[in-house]
Design a protein around this ligand. Structure first.
Ligand SMILES: Cc1cc2nc3c(=O)[nH]c(=O)nc-3n(C[C@H](O)[C@H](O)[C@H](O)COP(=O)(O)OP(=O)(O)OC[C@H]3O[C@@H](n4cnc5c(N)ncnc54)[C@H](O)[C@@H]3O)c2cc1C
Length: 540
């Protein structure tokens, strides 16, 4: 199960999200940077010293709750006193997501914004009643899953309303049905990744969705953001795993997805995949599952350069040789990972660009997939590094976000962004984004990898490390805007898997056009006529 430590402020009335309120994840896993790494940061990026520590939780000043006693009584009448709180200790951990700007905002000693109350409904009827009450009393509602949004999807925006509540889905935490014959399971929206996998494993089944935020993000959040996991080459994106959805909207309840495939008009599930809490509250998701793999095999690779590596990944994907994981780091990311990660015994030195492959299935399937992928990669210019670096990658794959916290504490800004395009334009897109970032943040280190491949293209994931300096928020804001403009100008998508939220909303018209925006607005007007659901996100 996900760690259930009390990682937030003292004095909370409700169960807290199992993450630190001002940093990533489990407090026990935080690591200090070594003196060597700090020296490297000083030499390479001009990082001049540790950042000033932020306030302790009980020193944070929150904007006072705007809800009246009558509002709170009415909310409590629906969910019960035990599942409502307007205490600062409950509001603060739901004040936003976990992007670097979110974490920097949490360090402010100025009054911070937060939802005016937190509600924990326990049934769809309660959600429907909450939405009706909030529409009547003109209160905005932000659905809250695991709290891992990196695009401002959880910002406590009030829109046209005086107040906003955080609607935490954590009580929707059951495995509701398993159909091993069809290979399907119905999961409560509030289940975290590990909790869902643990429940499925009791039936010998696996979902196989492993985003880097796996330990804390939820099933509802994965659907609401069109998440993509690190095993996407084998198991697909989360939206490809979804067979059905239950959604409570202010206009009624929808139960979508009836057969493995259907010709009954446009697929309405698509409206809610990626809806980011703006159209309804997802309460349960029916997903495709598969037997827990019997065998796994690992092999890492070195490519002389990124272009050779990208062409090799394309060949593997287009030949459908079947790895579960296939990823490629550029030269800079390969070098930095080598400097930062724990070594595994006997690990050979990695030069050029590191590639990682993992294979899963029955013994015969794994042997076959490994053999044909190997042949394709070797023919495309890869050199085998054996299995140790691939196992090392898997061993540490959920730990990188802790490094971001250590970097921030040491005075270095670290943030990520991502996009995707077709193979033909991938190199141009990478160059355009890198140039935009290094122009806006001179001296910054920009790392890039490919971790999601398709027959026609791939995603690009960038990590930026720079000195924190004065005013990191506006400096990062300018760099991010430049990168987004470059993405749009080069024909990439504004997001491959992080979603739109508040941060990418200014580029949505570029992405889908005026008519596309009008369609989304019309759907929202039908489902959420008062406009209470997650104002200021996704839809321009
Ligand atoms: C360190 C780090 C690594 C990450 N790695 C990945 C990655 O590898 N792949 C990836 O795809 N993403 C990644 N993300 C982004 C994030 O984890 C995903 O967007 C994730 O799917 C969000 O799930 P959540 O449960 O935390 O949702 P939240 O952050 O709680 O919410 C995200 C959005 O969905 C809405 N929402 C949440 N639950 C519901 C619901 N039940 N009904 C309706 N709306 C809802 C919220 O209102 C919000 O707009 C990462 C984030 C971090 C911080």
């Amino acid at each position: 199960m996900a760690p259930e430590k009390q990682a937030g402020p003292a004095g909370a009335a409700l169960p807290l999200p199992p993450m630190k309120w001002d940093a990533w994840g489990d407090p026990d896993l935080a690591k200090e940077l070594s003196a060597d790494i700090k020296a490297l940061l000083a030499a390479a990026l001009g990082v001049t010293g540790d950042a000033a520590p932020g306030p302790a939780a009980d020193e944070v000043v929150l904007r006072p709750s705007a809800l009246t006693e009558a509002d709170l009584d009415a909310l409590a009448a629906i969910v019960g006193e035990a599942h409502l709180s307007a205490a600062d200790a409950d509001r603060l951990p739901r004040a936003g997501g976990k992007s670097t700007p979110d974490l920097l905002r949490r360090r402010s000693r100025e009054p911070q914004d937060a939802p005016d109350a937190v509600v924990l409904p326990g049934s769809e009827d309660e959600i429907a009643a909450l939405l009706a009450l909030c529409a009547e009393r003109r209160i905005a509602v932000v659905p809250f899953g695991g709290g891992t949004s990196v695009v401002g999807g959880l910002d406590p925006e009030r829109g046209a309303f005086a107040a906003v509540v955080s609607l935490d889905l954590r009580r929707f935490d059951r495995l509701l049905d398993v159909d091993a014959v069809s290979g399907e399971a119905v999961l409560g929206a509030g289940l975290t990744g590990p909790a869902a996998e643990e429940l499925l494993a009791e039936h010998g089944l696996e979902l196989g969705h492993y985003p880097q935020s796996f330990r804390f993000a939820t099933i509802g959040g994965f659907a609401a953001t069109r998440s993509s996991g690190q095993d996407s080459a084998g198991h697909g994106r989360f939206d490809e795993m979804v067979r059905g959805l239950r959604v409570v909207t202010p206009a009624g309840v929808l139960d979508l997805g009836r057969a493995p495939a259907s010709a009954a008009g446009p697929d309405l599930r698509e409206l809610f995949l990626g809806s980011e809490g703006t159209l309804g509250v997802i309460t349960a998701v029916r997903v495709r599952v598969h037997p827990v793999p019997a065998v796994k095999a690992y092999e890492a690779w070195s490519f002389p350069d990124f272009a050779t590596g990208a062409a090799a990944l394309r060949t593997v994907e287009q030949q459908e040789t079947g790895p579960t994981v296939i990823r490629l780091s550029d030269e800079a990311e390969t070098m930095v990972n080598l400097a930062m990660t724990e070594k595994i015994g006997g690990e050979p030195a990695v030069t050029g660009c590191l590639g990682v492959t993992v294979f899963e299935g029955t013994a015969d399937q794994v042997a076959d997939r490994h053999r044909s992928t190997r042949a394709a990669l070797l023919a495309a210019g890869a050199t085998s590094l054996g299995e140790a670096p691939a196992r090392a990658w898997e061993h540490g794959r959920f730990n990188a976000p802790y490094l971001r916290d250590s970097l921030l504490a040491a005075g270095a800004l670290c943030e990520t962004l991502e996009t995707a395009t077709d193979w033909r334009r991938l190199a141009d897109l990478r160059l355009a984004v890198t140039t935009a970032l290094t122009t806006a943040l001179p001296g910054a280190l920009v790392l890039c990898h490919i971790s999601h491949v398709y027959p026609t293209g791939a995603s690009l994931y960038f990590t930026v490390v720079a000195a924190l300096g004065e005013d990191p928020l506006p400096r990062w804001g300018a760099a991010k805007r430049a990168a987004c403009d470059a993405i749009v100008a080069t024909g990439g998508t504004i997001t491959h898997h992080h979603a739109v939220g508040a941060d990418h909303r200014p580029w949505m018209t570029d992405e889908i056009g005026d008519l596309g925006v009008r369609i989304l607005r019309a759907v929202k007007a039908e489902l959420d006529p008062a406009g209470i659901l997650n104002p200021g996100k996704l839809i321009p």
